[in-house]
Design a protein around this ligand. Structure first.
Ligand SMILES: NC(=O)c1ccc[n+]([C@@H]2O[C@H](COP(=O)([O-])OP(=O)(O)OC[C@H]3O[C@@H](n4cnc5c(N)ncnc54)[C@H](OP(=O)(O)O)[C@@H]3O)[C@@H](O)[C@H]2O)c1
Length: 249
């Protein structure tokens, strides 16, 4: 099949492109760096010729909730309209587990807007709501460095390996559209502070860590079991320990 990956150079997108190529599909990446701006649609129509399905793994930079809503809405509308014109038969969106449970976070406002556009759009769709990736705690430590320490809030996660997210997105794209969503999670719950410490150590980073909600990139609305997937979640195989042992990349 010919499958386009919006955000095909990103953390997940490049793994999706690699997985598609391994499986013998024809992958087309759509990013600004490759001449396609999904806010304006510049460069998009020509890249969608002959495309059977689109996987959206974009992550546009946004400053606040209003900008997040506007940007994710625009990108989804532009992409879906171009897909409709090109006769694309399936739109697969990468979203986040527990999206409706977390209020007050700008990115989540954007992702809810994205899901609304996809569900209301004219292209048959599947929404894959993944939990946090195995490298997420180390990433948020590096986002909030205070007095030389990376601040990590004490989150309870059921994280997933990025490669398992990519293979699930590819499997979804070559299957019939669900006209709905499913949660996707890794096999075990984990403590974010422990994950960040072990990921940074595995990568040879010397960044010291502080466990705290104060100054952290995520607020107290992420506390407790709020980020855990629903009971019907599909469970991917790779544990955090497996991922660390394979190089933490
Ligand atoms: N991190 C997690 O734990 C987690 C968990 C669940 C779900 N997710 C979701 O996963 C998605 C992908 O995240 P990621 O970390 O893989 O993203 P990322 O590494 O930040 O990559 C973002 C991609 O989007 C492209 N992009 C951004 N703005 C664009 C535009 N206007 N037009 C075209 N392409 C654009 C970027 O390329 P250019 O800059 O060249 O345009 C890049 O290829 C996000 O939507 C996030 O909500 C993340």
């Amino acid at each position: 099949m010919r499958i386009a990956v919006a955000g095909g150079t990103g953390r997940i997108g490049r793994l999706v492109v690699a997985e598609l190529e391994r499986e013998g599909h024809d992958a087309v990446s759509l990013t600004r760096g490759e001449g396609v701006d999904l806010r304006s649609g510049d460069g998009l129509a020509a890249r969608l010729e002959g495309v059977d399905a689109v996987i959206d793994a974009t992550n546009p930079p946004v400053a606040d909730a209003a900008e997040a809503e506007a940007t994710f809405t625009t990108i989804s509308r532009v992409l879906l309209e171009a897909e409709r014109s090109a006769g694309v038969g399936h739109h697969v969106a990468l979203s986040i587990a527990a999206l409706d449970a977390v209020r007050g976070n700008a990115h989540y406002f954007g992702k809810r807007a994205q899901e609304r556009e996809v569900a209301a759009g004219a292209v048959p769709f599947t929404i894959v709501r993944a939990t946090q990736f195995h490298d997420f705690p180390a990433m948020i430590a590096e986002w909030s460095v205070i007095d030389g320490e990376g601040v990590v809030p004490p989150l309870l996660l059921q994280p997933i390996a990025p490669a398992d997210v990519a293979s699930t997105l590819v499997a979804a794209a070559i299957s019939a559209p669900l006209q709905g969503s499913f949660d996707l999670a890794g096999p075990r719950t984990e403590d974010a502070v422990d994950m960040a410490r072990r990921t940074l150590a595995a990568r040879g980073s010397t960044l010291a860590l502080r466990a705290s909600w104060r100054g952290a990139a995520l607020g107290i609305e992420f506390a407790g079991e709020v980020l855990l997937p629903g009971e019907d979640a599909r469970i991917a195989p790779t544990t955090f320990d497996d991922w660390l042992a394979a190089g933490a990349r």
